[in-house]
Design a binder for this molecule. Sequence first.
Ligand code: OOG
Ligand code: NI
Length: 484
Amino acid sequence: MADTVAPAQTVPFVSTDEIRTRFSRAMSDMYRNEVPQYGTLLELVAQVNEACLQARPELRQAMQGSGELERLNLERHGAIRVGTAQELATLRRLFAVMGMEPVGYYDLSVAGVPVHATAFRPVSDEALHSNPFRVFTSLLRLELIADAQLRERAQQILSRRNIFTARALELIAGFEAAGGLSERQADEFVREALETFRWHSEATVDFETYTSLQNAHRLIADVVCFKGPHINHLTPRTLDIDAIQAAMPQRGINAKDVVEGPPRRECPILLRQTSFKALQEPVHFSDHVGSHTARFGEIEQRGVALTRKGRQLYDELLSRVRSMQGAGSSAPDYGQRLAQTFGEFPDSHERMREEGLAFYRYRLTDAGRAHAREALQALDGDPAHGLHALVNRGWATAQPITYEDFLPVSAAGIFQSNLGGQEQRHYQAHAARQTFERDLGAATHDELALYEQAQQRSVEGMVQALQAQVKAQVKAQEKKPQTT
Ligand code: OOG
Ligand code: NI
């Protein structure tokens, strides 16, 4: 086997989309072996999705139209937690090989979890369509460990580990230098990169160190005491999360009590998630055999991406429900109160469009093409108004743009329910986006801007098609006198 990275020009590159798909498949196979309940969950999700599509032909048609039907079965997100700036920055380079870029900044310290995070994911329409694989990646904020001695100890332990294989680093550098990987290099990269995400049952520390870090925060022990940032869950996407939540106990899966996110609606928004409890796994410490809870299962249902205005309304309603007397998400009537409070959030795409609450991809219909001139005129004034007019007349369709990101309150709920302990921590921290981006070695994309651009591209495409249509009509008109 060659131990250098072959020169670029001699072989064609494999696309970053293809490398991402190979990697997410390999990851899924690895996780199925490591966590057998994940396999059970995949079967359940496949059944529920199929039943859902059969029962709702209009949903199948809509998903076919938006290209989402094809991606549904391979769609996954995972999560990892790292300990140092260098680990984070190298992960950014590793994910770039698969066409994944950092999107969004999540501060979880406000929810008592001493990390901040971003999501690596594809950003272009085509890449998302091909495979939207995402990895929620958190960086431990060591400065939030109050005990200086313990903090230093954690730092020392982390500075000794290397979470990447030598060959993975070589291939990343080769990709950066040449602009791509060959067929053979791509497969090798997938194998080597996978090593970083694998579970290691040998801890790098003795039991006492583990215990003191665990007492500072369970998450700190999870990040610091192992050889690598084991993938801690891999989430399939379902079309009906309530059906899954109800079916999990029948399959012997211990589900979390509530579904995080918005309530069930006619027109799903953002993201709803639920998970099953983490497994107790045997761990070999340097001086003791113990156990650790790291890996769990999660399922999600995705809906339309919200505009800034829509998101503000979502955040406001959610915090209203969560701050009600005794109505935190553990209250028995939480679901009811959630549904009731969200009655204020319009539940039709027409109203969400009219009120500028969500993002849509606009497409011209045949009828629209036939009325090209009038359609262009309608779009000439207030664009939002023009778009409604087009959709109302059947000249354009508006497809909801799927939310591709995460929700900090939900993420915190998922973290909490899977750390195993009941204790709550409070940090006097504040968001530290700049520090995070410095550690990452790059700025994170603003997710709202990405959705806005996707919507805008679709409108521009429509305008261009209409202009071309009008031009063609004019040409046809000019030709008429000569031919008759
Ligand atoms: C990440 C939890 C966040 C989600 O879906 O919100 C997450 C973690 O536990 O490391 O994956
Ligand atoms: Ni997740």
